[in-house]
Design a protein around this ligand. Structure first.
Ligand code: BGP
Length: 481
């Protein structure tokens, strides 16, 4: 009973929210450099927060400062990584999930040879991790496609991008061949929620946006399968995972119409993992395409590649749960993780509208394990909160400890019921720029970073109360929560 002996405890970050140094060492512009901090837009209005068009993109390109674009500065992890890794090591991390910024290796995305400076940077990061016995868990694509590929091809809507991604992946596997665990696309299903961030699709360039989104997903499935094949060939013993946003949806009531609505939503939430894990499209999804006049360009060869190169494990993010109803008119809606759904009257939600549902994590683990019968990996879970930095640099974040304690307890119950879980990485072990709102004040870390939404502050790192709590969790392999 309890967690496996080699359970991978750790944390997860992404280059575009962590590194900054957007124009250092030949890095090219990425889609994340376009994300503008918008203090006057409601933080719960994700559609508005992440909206872009050709005009706002051109405006961002013309602005060569980081003033309005916090992801350009991140938390300067590009320069702080050694100190940060030392702090993670102090907590006893067994793994760190991080992403490789595609535009550091291929600034325009379509060069023939990679930018050596980018490769050298990640070699140093991996070396620092290994020196502390921290296993790297690398995401190849985490909302940071080279902007040039978005502008030139409308991103993943075009098959052209598959080759560019596979070339980038190959360079990663060859250059970082001591990395065992890899993820291809972060929250792959998010293409239909924020197509620009996830797939470089500029909505006003699409004639049929819905069709482009599903085509982009198909192209990513092909690229993911090709990368999986290469990874297995280049790094013997390596393990590749898919990564989905687990948006667990309950029926609003026991009314059969509500049950049906939640069933349909969950089926669509699962389909990306279905394709990547089972190697084929679910028949119900093919029927959905037909009914909605979505005609995807897919060849037999591509379907074979997908079929023959399925993932080794299923990873996912879990933040919250939602409600669905046959008739949504009576439902109070809430935002969360870039999706809007019914608000559960039994759950509390945060200032950003995300419900807190630890039992939902257990439900998700059981559902996923039963569906795929492959090892699972929780690669994101956490709660955005405002923290108060006390005059003596202390941060008393009991609310964060409560959140994690509740979720890890449910995770333990799922494991005790037989779920094979490889590890758990919190989002994020250190405060960084929010993916959806570009705020710094939406904090997730066990480590506080002294920066505000405008980028003012010393950038110094301070330990929160939750730091020592998590350290003890890891030291006891989850026995003492
Ligand atoms: C996930 C993303 C992460 C992360 C997290 C929290 O969807 O994969 O990049 O940021 O959500 O979201 P936010 O930063 O918007 O609070």
């Amino acid at each position: 009973m309890g967690f496996r002996k080699d359970f991978l405890w750790g944390g997860a970050i992404a280059a575009n929210q962590y590194e900054g140094a957007w124009n250092v060492d030949n890095r090219g512009l990425s889609v994340s450099d376009i994300a503008r901090y918008q203090p006057n837009v409601d933080v719960k209005d994700y559609k508005k927060q992440v909206a872009v068009n050709t005009e706002t993109i051109q405006q961002a390109i013309g602005d060569e400062t980081d003033t309005h674009y916090p992801k350009r500065r991140g938390i300067d992890g590009y320069h702080y990584y050694k100190e940060d890794i030392e702090l993670f090591a102090k907590m006893g991390f067994k793994t760190l999930r991080f992403s490789i910024a595609w535009s550091r290796l291929f600034p325009q995305g379509d060069e023939v040879t990679p930018n050596q400076a980018g490769i050298e940077h990640y070699k140093k990061v991996i070396k620092a991790l290994k020196a502390h016995n921290i296993e790297p868990l690398v995401t190849l694509s985490h909302y940071e496609m080279p902007l040039n590929l978005s502008l030139k091809y409308n991103g993943w809507a075009s098959k052209q991008v598959i080759d560019d991604f596979v070339k980038f992946s190959k360079v990663c596997f060859e250059s970082f061949n001591d990395v065992k665990y890899w993820l291809t696309f972060n929250e792959i299903d998010s293409v239909t929620r924020h197509p620009f961030t996830s797939a470089g699709i500029i909505p006003d360039k699409s004639k049929n946006l819905e069709q482009d989104e599903y085509q982009a997903l198909h192209n990513q499935f092909v690229a993911s399968a090709m990368a999986t094949k290469l990874c297995h060939e280049i790094i013997p013993g390596s393990q590749v995972g898919c990564m989905l946003t687990k948006l667990t949806t309950y029926p609003a009531t026991a009314k059969p119409e509500d049950v049906l609505a939640s069933l349909n939503i969950n089926l669509m939430n699962y389909y990306c993992a279905d394709v990547q894990s089972k190697g084929k499209y679910p028949k119900l999804v093919l029927q959905f395409f037909k009914k909605n006049n979505i005609e995807l360009a897919m060849t037999d060869d591509e379907l074979t590649i997908i079929h023959d190169n399925t993932v080794d494990f299923i990873s996912f993010s879990y933040y919250m749960s939602l409600l669905a109803a046959g008739d949504e008119s009576g439902l109070e809606m809430t935002s969360g993780n870039t999706i809007v759904g019914g608000k559960n009257p039994y759950l509390q939600s945060t200032e950003w509208g995300w419900t807190v549902d630890p039992t939902g994590l257990r439900i998700s683990l059981v559902e996923l394990y039963d569906r795929y019968e492959k090892p699972l990996f929780i690669v994101e879970n956490g709660m955005g909160s405002r923290d108060i930095l006390e005059p003596n640099h202390q941060i008393h974040d009991q609310y964060r400890i409560d959140y994690f304690r509740a979720h890890l307890s449910e995770m333990k119950k799922a494991v005790d019921s037989g779920v094979d879980l490889l590890g758990y990485t919190s989002w994020a072990p250190i405060d960084l720029v929010s993916a959806s709102t570009s705020q710094m004040s939406k904090r997730y870390g066990f480590i506080y970073v002294d920066l505000d939404d405008e980028g003012n502050g010393s950038g110094k790192r301070y330990i929160k109360d939750s730091f020592n709590w998590y350290k003890n969790v890891i030291a006891t392999n989850g026995a003492d929560l």
